[in-house]
Each structure stands twice: as C-alpha cells, then as structure tokens.
Design a protein. Structure first.
Lengths: 108, 114
C-alpha cells in the first residue's frame, strides 16, 4: 500500500524550533517532498529528499531515512507567517501521494 | 515563465449541471496531476496525465468524472451531473518529468454545488 502519516496539529511559540514528523510506506520510492500550504492557497514547494540525510535550506531543513520510511521537517526561528499546513508527500515512479498535512499554529 | 494556471478560480454549479475545470501547465511541463482537497484535509490524488494520455486514474471516481490533456490546449477535469459532495477545491500540478522532480501547483478551482 501507499500510506503517509503525520500529526494533525502542532502548536509552537514564535522564535522556537519545531519538528514535524512523517512516516510513509510505499512500494516504489522516488523522493520525499515537503510543501507548505496557507489556508485557501496553493501548496508551495519547500524541500525534496531522495537520499538519506539532512537537507538544509535557510530556516527550514528536511531529513530522510529510507530504511525507516521516515522524514521530518525542521523549522527554526519560527515566525507568525509560518502558521500553515505542512504536507508530506512521496513520489513513486510518477505520481505524488500526499499525507493529510500537519496544521502548525505559531503563537506570539 | 508563468506558473500553473487554473480557471476558473471559483465555480458555482447547481446539482445536475456539468463542471469543467481547466489547467494550463507551466511551459515545458508535459506531466499534469489533478488533486481534490476538502476543507481541513490533505490532497487526494485523482489522475495523472501526459500529453494525450491518461497514465493513472486510480483516484478518480468511475462515474461522472473524466479528464483529458489534449495535444493542444489545457488539461480539463470534467464532472458531469454534479452533486453536493463534489464541492471541494480542485488543484492541478505540473512537472517536467514524473515523480522525481518538484511539482508546481496552480491556485486551484473552488467548486461549490448548490
């Protein structure tokens, strides 16, 4: 099967660090993606991991362990504008399968 | 380079009417994906198309829904005889190749069935 699990909601404080976990099961694997989606808007690309390890991009980092079927998105120095849904997705041979998303609320 | 263009942004249909949603992929992209999203939920895969071909329609209801991506023109998602349960946001994404590259999303079409 093709399953993706991530927490439904998380809350964090402005300036803090938050880690959003994602576990997945897939018969074919061609990469793990993270997207950000603000309410009422389109998803926007954040990161892509195809090899094990950590990819850093500014305040955002993403980690992948293929053997464990596990990824996380790390957000540092949280800002109010980071309040959004964060979608984990894996791609097999061609299509992208998304999790239900994690709604992150950043509190002042 | 324009992004993925979807139209209309909002569409209201009465029960029993037809809804046609259009998606023009980014320039140079030949892979198109349609997703459906209910409020507070994730993106549910519907169909994957390349030019003139449906590659995977495993997420699309067997009745009333169809999709195409002609040689010329945008991809079309067509919903016949709409029902209230079809009300959702429909997002289109495109990529230059399948799977291992970033997919870019359009702004979505919000369909309301009254």
């Amino acid at each position: 099967g093709q399953n993706i699990d991530q927490p439904t909601e998380m809350t964090a404080t402005e300036g803090a660090i938050v880690q959003i976990n994602c576990t997945y099961q897939t018969s074919g694997f061609n990469g793990l993606f993270w997207y950000q989606q603000h309410a009422g808007e389109a998803p926007t690309f954040l990161s892509y991991n195809v090899l094990d390890g950590l990819e850093e991009k500014g305040r955002f980092s993403s980690f992948l362990s293929r053997s464990k079927g596990y990824s996380y998105l790390l957000l540092k120095e949280l800002q109010m504008k980071d309040s959004a849904s964060y979608l984990c997705a894996h791609s097999g041979t061609y299509k992208y399968i998304f999790g239900t998303g994690t709604r992150l609320k950043v509190l002042a | 380079n324009a992004g993925v263009m979807q139209n209309p942004r909002h569409l209201v249909r009465r029960r029993g009417q037809e809804a046609r949603l259009r998606c023009s992929p980014m320039k140079g992209h030949s892979h198109v994906y349609w997703y459906r999203q209910l409020p507070e939920e994730g993106l549910k895969f519907m169909v994957y198309l390349q030019k003139e071909n449906i590659i995977d329609e495993s997420g699309m209801p067997k009745e009333r829904f169809s999709a195409e991506f002609p040689k010329e023109g945008p991809s079309i998602l067509r919903i016949q005889q709409v029902v209230r349960g079809d009300s959702a946001a429909y997002f289109c994404a495109s990529s230059p190749a399948g799977g291992g590259t970033e997919a870019f999303f359009g702004q979505g079409t919000r369909l309301t069935v009254v």
